[in-house]
Write a protein that binds this ligand. Structure first.
Ligand SMILES: [Zn+2]
Length: 240
């Protein structure tokens, strides 16, 4: 799983996809912002409770994040858990600090951590190479946009998941550039240059949820000919 959401909504989110908390074996947290990190606090607390009750039947959850992420996660747990809960964390989870360039070899994929070159927070994404017939590659930049600073990391990706805050046409409404955010056409232009085949935009404004996919596709189509997705919570996308 990549990122944990902002709180106990992680459990509803998992349930909507037919999973529960103990199905997660590996969790990458891209950056320290609350809407990505705090769900991991709830997840750890839940696993510790299951362990105390003697009903946790899974290998330890492996959590990966950059130094800012792992130190914040441990500190929030230390400050908010009962000492008896905090002391059990290492029974239920390993929390590993990673740096860009580190890799994980899994049975079904290789995961390489990449620097998102974010200008407002230390953000570490992943490039996942699936060991399927197509050697499908999936790049996730957390909520950072694809920019001239990180476009190399997404070169030739089959799938790119990244932030785009709103349409360029709506820049005066949402003022993305003031917040180090980028617009759909900015990202689409870099995606075209990087030969990205499928683009999944997240961390978007939520005023146009019903029309967003069509509006964003229309704006990007002038510069990008791949598939564009603007999912909402609970959507599934077939990647092969
Ligand atoms: Zn963020």
């Amino acid at each position: 799983m990549i990122d944990a959401g902002g709180g106990n909504g992680i459990f509803d989110g998992l349930a909507r996809t037919g999973h529960n908390a103990t199905d997660i074996t590996r969790l990458v947290i891209t950056h320290v912002h609350t809407d990505h990190l705090l769900g991991a606090v709830w997840l750890l607390r839940h696993l510790v409770k299951l362990d105390i009750d003697g009903v946790l039947n899974q290998e330890r959850l492996a959590i990966y994040g950059n130094r800012d992420v792992t130190s914040a996660l441990i500190e929030i747990c230390r400050l908010t858990f009962l000492p008896s809960y905090f002391d059990r964390i290492e029974r239920v989870a390993s929390i590993a600090t990673i740096v860009p360039g580190d890799t994980l070899s899994l049975a079904s994929a290789t995961v390489k951590f990449i620097d998102c070159h974010s200008r407002n927070v230390n953000q570490t994404g992943v490039r996942i190479s699936l060991h399927d017939d197509m050697s499908t590659s999936i790049v996730c930049l957390g909520d950072e946009a694809l920019t001239e600073h990180n476009a190399n990391e997404a070169a030739d990706a089959d799938w790119l998941i990244c932030g785009a805050f709103c349409r360029y046409a709506d820049r005066d409404i949402f003022r993305p550039y003031e917040k180090h955010h980028h617009t759909v056409i900015d990202v689409a232009r870099h995606a075209a240059d990087a030969h990205v085949r499928n683009l999944v935009l997240i961390h978007c404004e939520d005023r146009n949820i019903c029309e967003r996919s069509a509006l964003y596709a229309a704006e990007s189509s002038a510069v990008y000919s791949g598939q564009l997705y603007v999912p909402v919570d609970g959507d599934s996308i077939a990647i092969v």
